[in-house]
Design a protein around this ligand. Structure first.
Ligand SMILES: Nc1ncnc2c1ncn2[C@@H]1O[C@H](COP(=O)(O)OP(=O)(O)OP(=O)(O)O)[C@@H](O)[C@H]1O
Length: 348
């Protein structure tokens, strides 16, 4: 669907050259939700803008829907861009036009009659959940509603691709969730390919199928979201993942000598992480029964990513030394990551 090959983009300002994107190759499949994550300045926006040639790459090849974008004439490019919708962090609505006027704007010159445009605009507004706002002006809307207008506008020409540049970064967490659910719904019902730029791993976790992690203009890691969460390779990826999980808080609690992590002799604290898709057994209750040990959960953080549980549990284990050893071996066998965080067995 989208194939970027050896894309580089340099910006020259005065004597300085910024290598915003450096030799990036990646393929985004038809109908998937693809995330691009990285810190500010990593080159995400520049790379995504190379897809619709809002930025022309300095070198490389861009294929969208089988078309070599860089070989198109100006007219052909205008046509191709109609099939690539885009939304932005600050919505970019026209303040002097009504909601309906904003959504109708890309349909001028489309050959549709005034009535057909009106009907289409209303259908789009209904689709994004603001069917009653057609006559409102952008300033009368909340951030979430404005982004819905922007999405409706981006869908006006029935695009195959929707590029989302930090589309939820200006929204509160609840509104972010609602907009992400809307994007997911559009992906599922219209089959539209969605590319999401974000600096929040929570966004990736919520709706993306695959993700590419960018740093200094390069893609340093990419893959299925579940696999990236389960086995991140790069430090930057690990850092992004830790921001979405509270399982690291245990180290802070230990450093603070919190009463929650006080152990009796023979006990230990473990962090259990789900690192494979097939963890469906009720493992905690199984091990506690099978090995006659007690697992006292301090906290848990389990999310469903791509229909499989990911995350883990931090727990205090008590029981006989042998049983604990066997229980840990059993969990490892079942592909649960086991890290011993604090161990009071040595004093036995
Ligand atoms: N038009 C431009 N002229 C000069 N430099 C630019 C231009 N656009 C981007 N850059 C530079 O390219 C680099 C990558 O920027 P880009 O906006 O792609 O990063 P990003 O990962 O999307 O960051 P952010 O999330 O802050 O938008 C940065 O160093 C930026 O300053």
């Amino acid at each position: 669907m989208i194939k970027l090959s050896h894309i580089s983009k340099e910006f020259v300002s005065g004597k300085r050259t910024v290598h915003a994107v450096q030799d990036v190759s990646l393929t985004i499949d038809k109908g998937e939700i693809f995330g691009m994550i990285g810190f500010s300045g990593a080159g995400k926006s520049t790379l995504v803008r190379c897809i619709n040639l809002l930025e022309r790459p300095t070198s490389g090849k861009v294929i969208v829907d089988g078309q070599d974008m860089l070989s198109l004439s100006a007219k052909e490019l205008r046509q191709a861009r109609k099939k690539i919708g885009m939304i932005f962090q600050h919505f970019n609505l026209m303040p002097s036009r009504t909601v309906a006027g904003n959504v109708a704007y890309p349909l001028r010159g489309s050959g549709l009659s005034k009535q057909q445009i009106e009907e289409k605009v209303q259908r789009l507004l209904d689709l994004v959940g603001i069917g009653d706002k057609a006559e409102a002006y952008p300033k009368q809307l909340s951030g979430g509603q404005k982004q819905r207008v922007a999405i409706a506008r981006a869908l006006a020409n029935d695009p195959n691709v929707l590029l989302c540049d930090e589309a939820t970064s200006a929204l509160d967490p609840q509104t972010t969730k609602a907009i992400l659910q809307l994007l997911k719904h559009l992906n599922e019902t219209l089959g539209i390919t969605v590319v999401i730029i974000t600096h929040e791993m929570a966004v990736v976790k919520e709706i993306c199928h695959r993700v590419a992690v960018m740093e200094h203009g390069k893609v340093v890691e990419s893959g299925e979201v579940f696999n990236i969460f389960a086995n991140p390779r790069e430090d930057i990826t690990k850092n992004f993942i830790h921001t979405t999980s509270n399982l690291r808080k245990i180290e802070d609690l230990i450093a603070e000598d919190s009463p929650v992590v006080k152990l009796n002799p023979g006990e230990l604290i473990v962090r259990l992480s789900y690192i494979q898709r097939n963890v469906s057994e009720p493992l905690i209750s199984t091990v506690s029964r099978k090995f006659d040990i007690v697992l006292n959960i301090i906290f848990s953080d389990i999310a469903i990513v791509q229909n499989a549980p990911i995350g883990g549990t931090v727990a205090i284990i008590s029981g006989s030394r042998d049983q604990i050893t066997q229980a840990i071996a059993y969990l490892s066998e079942k592909n649960v990551g086991v890290e011993v965080i604090k161990d009071a067995r040595v004093s036995e």
